[in-house]
Design a protein around this ligand. Structure first.
Ligand SMILES: *Cc1c(COP(=O)(O)O)cnc(C)c1O
Length: 394
């Protein structure tokens, strides 16, 4: 408390709170800096802070010490130069796409995309005069053929939803580099524990931290990691105008989750391996789509690119739509819910929920059947999970 506020009236003293006296020790956990702004002794330092991303903390929409801690933590895990944390995964995706694209530009994206991203690209096409070409996620030659002089960006997902196709990041990014195109990848399903796309040539790595990084189904957030400081600064200037910024408390929850990410990913992957293997042998199941199974089209690539096959997969029920809906009503431990990446096992029926807008032909093209079930495997005991799935299948 300043000399001034000690002498002031009660009304004024209630406003000017004392700061916690920290000298000679430090907090172990990252504190929540729940403040929207920062005060300065020197106006020149304040002016500097407002004009560049690595100056002093100035205003919550720019960043905040708790948010910065998350940005540095994930950027470090991904091997990037810097990161921007956002209020949601879509906030990170849109910040990057809108910062790097303008009317007349062309974008190349993989065919199977997260629903929100696919919808946003449709907006860019219909309302912002941007064009798009879709290519398979593992075909660098198709990328080369799709490129035009106005192509600015290639957009991939390390592991797709719900068929878990693995993108050929080294091949696709090498082609993008030759063509002078910015490489962007959504690494939400893999996390830096299973894949670090910057090592394979990515310029921008996106996350919905709502999923595995947060990991406890209690916070929504997003983050964009940049391999290069120059690209980061370019996007940062736009990001503070767009305002999709992360909140300190949300960032604090995400940091808390991040500390156990390595352990959780091991368990998610091990549980998924057990369930995928047993489901593949079950008579009610016609196919299992998990890249750790030799029958999966991405099996070989996944073995080279990933240090684990992930905790999300899908499987097809022999009984079609009716069997899918019956399964959803029969699970007891697994919860019927959207989202993924939390400690609890979640299931959903894409044909009637996440992909309900697609007709039968579009569903077939994306590989999703009427009887396809998506499971986001949690960290419960695997035998309890198997017992639940087995009873729901009979
Ligand atoms: C959930 C998700 C998003 C969107 O993230 P939000 O935090 O829901 O905005 C983007 N990409 C992938 C792969 C996701 O799973």
């Amino acid at each position: 408390m300043s000399e001034f506020s000690r002498a002031a009236s009660l009304e004024t003293r209630a406003v000017h709170l004392p700061q916690p006296p920290i000298e000679g020790s430090r907090p172990i956990a990252v504190p929540i800096y729940q403040t929207s702004g920062f005060t300065f002794d020197d106006p020149a330092v304040m002016a500097d802070a407002m004009s560049r991303p690595d100056g002093a903390f100035v205003y919550g929409r720019y960043t905040n010490p708790t948010v910065r801690s998350l940005e540095q933590a994930v950027s470090g895990l991904e091997g990037g130069a810097a990161a921007i944390a956002t209020g949601s995964g879509m906030g990170a995706i849109n910040t990057v796409l809108l910062a790097l694209l303008k009317p007349g530009d062309h974008l190349i994206a993989q065919r199977s995309l997260y629903g929100g991203t696919a919808a946003m690209i449709n907006e860019l096409v219909s309302r912002f005069g941007i064009t798009v070409t879709y290519v398979p996620e593992n075909d660098p030659e198709a990328l080369r053929l799709a490129a035009r002089p106005e192509t600015r960006l290639v957009y991939l997902e390390t592991i797709s939803n719900p068929m878990t196709l693995v993108a050929d990041l080294p091949g696709m990014f090498a082609a993008a580099r030759d063509l002078g195109i910015v490489s962007v990848v959504d690494n939400t399903f893999a996390t830096p524990m299973l894949c670090r796309p910057v090592e394979h040539g990515a310029d921008v790595v996106l996350h919905s931290t709502t999923k595995y990084l947060g990991g406890h189904t209690d916070v929504v957030g997003g983050l964009a990691v940049f391999a290069d400081q120059g690209l980061y600064e370019r996007v940062w200037h736009f990001a503070i105008e767009l305002g999709a910024s992360a909140d300190p408390f949300a960032s604090w929850l995400t940091l808390r989750g991040l500390q156990t990410l390595a352990l959780r990913m091991e368990r998610h992957c091990a549980n998924a391996a057990l369930l995928a293997t047993r489901l593949a042998e079950h008579e009610a199941v016609t196919a299992v789509h998990w890249p750790g199974l030799a029958s999966h089209p991405s099996y070989e690539l996944a073995g080279k690119l990933l240090t684990g096959f992930g905790g999300v997969f899908s499987f097809d029920l022999a009984g079609g739509r009716a069997a899918g809906e019956r399964f959803m009503r029969s699970v007891r431990l697994a919860l019927l819910a959207p989202s993924l990446g939390g400690v609890e096992t979640l299931v959903l029926h894409p044909a009637t929920t996440s992909h309900r807008a697609l007709n039968a032909e579009e569903l077939a093209r994306s590989g999703i059947g009427e009887g396809t079930v998506r499971i986001a495997v949690g960290i419960e005991h695997p035998e309890d999970l198997w017992a639940d799935l087995a009873q729901a299948l009979t």
